[in-house]
Design a protein around this ligand. Structure first.
Ligand SMILES: [Zn+2]
Length: 339
C-alpha cells in the first residue's frame, strides 16, 4: 500500500491509510498511473509552500473501484482522470453557487491531498471518465494542454497571427502545438537545441535560438511588426525581457508554468509599449475540451521521451527532478502504480 505524505521540505514518508466513500456522490479510485511533475518537485523541495502533512501528486489517472449511487457518468471499473484543480468553496462565486467562476482555484498536491497513493476517495465531479481512445499518457498531460488552451482563449487571437513562445520545454512545446492547432503561428524560442528540434518535429516552422540575431529573425518572420502576443514559460529560465521585447505596442504577454524562481522583470517595455501582462497557471474547467482535442489528434506527445517505472523510490525521483526538471530533460517520468 502506498500513501506518500510530505511532512516538511524533502521529508516524504509512506504512511498507508484506509479510506472509504462516505456519501452517495463519492467515488473510490485505484490510482494506476502518476506523472511526476515539476510542480511536485517544487512542493517536495519546499519552494512551493504547503500546509503539512500533504499527499503529493498532481497528475494521475485511475480505475473506479466503488461509486456511490448518486454518481453520474462514472461507474465501477471506469478509467478516470483526477481533476488537478477544484473550486475553493469559499469565494463569492463559490458561495453564490457558481463554482465554475471560482476566483481562488485550489490545486492537488499543494492545497489538497494529491494522488501519490494507492486509493483516493473524492466527489464524482472531481474525476473525468476517459474514452478508450485517450490513453493514460495523454490523460496525464490533460493539464498542460488545458493551460495552453486557456492561454489561447485569453489571448483572443485570429488565424495567422504570430505568437512568440519563449521556452520550448514540454510546456512550451505543447503551447506551440495548441496555438498551431488553432491556426495561430508560433515562433518558438529556446537556447536548448534539443527543444528546438523537438518543436520542428511537431511541425513548428519558426524555431529560433535566443541569441544576438533573434530580434532580426523575429522581424523577418513577422513582416517587421514583431509578435501579436508572447507566452513566457518560467521553467525555461530565459530572461522574461525576451517576451516583452518581441511583441508590438499594446500587445499581451502571458507568464505560465509554476515558478519558484525569483524571476525579475524589466518593466520598461511594458510601460513604453503599454503591454498587458498576466499569468495563467491552471486549466480549471478545461478537461472536457482537452479530451475532445485529443480525440481530434490536436497534440503530438510522441516527441517526448517517457520512462514508465513499476519499481520506484519517490524520494529519489523527486530529488533528481529538483536538479533536472522534466522541462529541462524533455522526459516524462510516470509511476505505474497498478501491476
Ligand atoms: Zn471559489
Amino acid at each position: 500500500m502506498d500513501n506518500w505524505l510530505l511532512k516538511g521540505p524533502k521529508t516524504l514518508v509512506n504512511e498507508p491509510t484506509g479510506q472509504n466513500i462516505e456519501s452517495p456522490t463519492q467515488v473510490k479510485v485505484k490510482v494506476s498511473h502518476l506523472l511526476v511533475t515539476d510542480f511536485d518537485a517544487q512542493v517536495f523541495s519546499g519552494d512551493i509552500p504547503v500546509t503539512y502533512p500533504r499527499v503529493l501528486g498532481r497528475a494521475a489517472v485511475g480505475i473506479v473501484t466503488e461509486a456511490g449511487e448518486g454518481c453520474y457518468g462514472v461507474e465501477k471499473n471506469a478509467r478516470v482522470y483526477f481533476e488537478p484543480t477544484r473550486s475553493c468553496g469559499k469565494c463569492l462565486a463559490c458561495r453564490s453557487g457558481k463554482p465554475k467562476e471560482c476566483t481562488n482555484v485550489i490545486s492537488a498536491g499543494s492545497d489538497f491531498d494529491g494522488f501519490m497513493r494507492d486509493f483516493a476517495v473524492c466527489e464524482y465531479r472531481d474525476v473525468a471518465a476517459l474514452p478508450d481512445s485517450v490513453d493514460d499518457i495523454h490523460a496525464l498531460c490533460i493539464e498542460p494542454v488545458g493551460i495552453a488552451e486557456n492561454i489561447y482563449d485569453k489571448l483572443n487571437l485570429s488565424a495567422g497571427q504570430r505568437v512568440a513562445v519563449v521556452g520550448a520545454d514540454i510546456t512550451g512545446n505543447i503551447i506551440a502545438q495548441v496555438l498551431q492547432y488553432h491556426k495561430v503561428i508560433p515562433i518558438v524560442i529556446d537556447n536548448n537545441p534539443a527543444n528546438l528540434e523537438r518543436a520542428r518535429n511537431c511541425g513548428i516552422y519558426y524555431t529560433f535560438a535566443a541569441d544576438d540575431e533573434l530580434d532580426e529573425r523575429v522581424k523577418d518572420a513577422t513582416g517587421g511588426h514583431f509578435c501579436d502576443a508572447a507566452v513566457y514559460c518560467s521553467n525555461s529560465r530565459l530572461p522574461i525581457s525576451i517576451s516583452t521585447r518581441l511583441v508590438g505596442n499594446g500587445k499581451k504577454v502571458v507568464l505560465c508554468s509554476p515558478s519558484p524562481h525569483n524571476a525579475t522583470m524589466d518593466i520598461s517595455d511594458v510601460l513604453e509599449k503599454n503591454l498587458t501582462v498576466f499569468g495563467v497557471s491552471n486549466a480549471y474547467d478545461y478537461t472536457d475540451a482537452v479530451i475532445n482535442m485529443f480525440i481530434h489528434g490536436a497534440v503530438n506527445l510522441d516527441v517526448f521521451e517517457k520512462e514508465i517505472l513499476t519499481e520506484y523510490n519517490p524520494v529519489e525521483i523527486l530529488k533528481q527532478k529538483c536538479v533536472a526538471t522534466n522541462s529541462k530533460t524533455g522526459k516524462m517520468t510516470v509511476l505505474k502504480m497498478i501491476l
